[in-house]
Design a protein around this ligand. Structure first.
Ligand SMILES: Nc1ncnc2c1ncn2[C@@H]1O[C@H](COP(=O)(O)OP(=O)(O)OP(=O)(O)O)[C@@H](O)[C@H]1O
Length: 285
């Protein structure tokens, strides 16, 4: 993992004074934040803190009420949709592509930004065929190539969605809660695959994650949001302190060091103890 990032490098993706309002609600409030090439950021914060809104603006699909996003120093609005799709891919929470298509067809849709108006690859078709075969093999999808999407489990569909964004060969990957519908095995498999992809291709990742332990385990740096406001950024060790967690998430966990590499991990605590429940029962009877 790239924990010794070069903080002097120019930002690859940058949010400048980003604000979004819906009526009286500030979904984001004057956010300044930047991502450097090769970093893996976790975007964390309670429900409604503006995380998905931020991902939407970073991907360039929507424009904020005020402020701007820069990609490689240029306004993201200056890029065509096709140019953006060659650089940035987004993996959504429940990225179920259209039903009726086969697994292989959906993965091939990831190549859209590289095709001409006839749907032909601009680059070497043999290389692309091999790329798709490799991705399917790696994600355990080789046997499922001809299966229809609606005949797959949620976890399998999520792997197809990941395969599609890998076929897109982006340099930046944005993820919005990619592990929500996955069991613990597939959560770890997805995060490990991302880590491996990043190591091999040097991609830059920003992921909205609700699971703080997963965020600490995989991300170099965390951005902390609450009610649309910036509440800090830094390494997991800097961000996941008892004070920050209690202040932002309103829980008081025990924080321990992971035995493998000392990163912080949260142990949740019950707010109501068994003895409290027993006492309450006695009072009631
Ligand atoms: N289209 C919309 N119209 C009105 N309000 C919106 C809209 N989208 C988001 N909001 C509001 O903006 C705020 C931030 O929402 P956002 O979805 O970005 O939060 P989040 O941190 O991703 O939340 P969660 O963890 O629950 O997914 C919330 O108060 C939400 O209700």
């Amino acid at each position: 993992m790239n924990r010794d990032e070069d903080l002097s490098a120019a930002p690859l993706l940058e949010a400048r004074q980003l604000s979004q309002t819906y009526g009286d609600t500030y979904a984001l409030q004057q956010l300044d934040w930047s991502i450097r090439e090769g970093e893996w950021w976790g975007i964390i914060g309670p429900n409604g803190s503006g995380k998905s809104t931020l991902i939407k603006f970073l991907s360039g699909v929507e424009s904020p009420t005020s402020g701007e996003v820069l990609l490689g120093g240029r306004s993201i609005t200056a890029y065509s949709r096709r140019e953006l799709s060659r650089r940035i891919a987004v993996l959504q929470q429940d990225a179920i592509p259209p039903a009726g298509y086969t697994v292989r067809e959906v993965i091939e849709m990831g190549r859209y930004p590289y095709q001409n108006w006839l749907g032909r690859e601009r680059s070497d078709e043999r290389r692309v065929g091999q790329l798709i075969n490799d991705i399917m093999e790696r994600l355990g999808l080789a046997e499922l190539g001809q299966r229809k999407l609606d005949e797959l489990s949620g976890g399998q569909r999520q792997r197809v969605a990941l395969a599609k964004v890998m076929a897109q060969e982006p340099s930046i990957l944005l993820l919005d809660e990619p592990t929500t519908f996955l069991d613990v095995h597939y959560q770890m498999q997805l995060m490990d695959l991302l880590a491996q992809w990043r190591q091999e291709q040097g991609i830059t990742i920003a992921a909205v994650l609700h699971d703080l332990n997963l965020a600490a385990l995989f991300c170099d740096r965390l951005l902390l949001l609450k009610e649309g406001q910036f509440r800090g950024n830094g390494t997991p060790r800097e961000m996941l302190t008892p004070d920050q967690i209690s202040d932002v998430f309103r829980i008081q966990p025990a924080i321990i060091e992971h035995p493998d590499d000392g990163i912080p991990q949260l142990l949740l605590r019950r707010q109501v103890s068994d003895s409290q429940i027993e006492t309450d029962k006695e009072v009631e009877s």
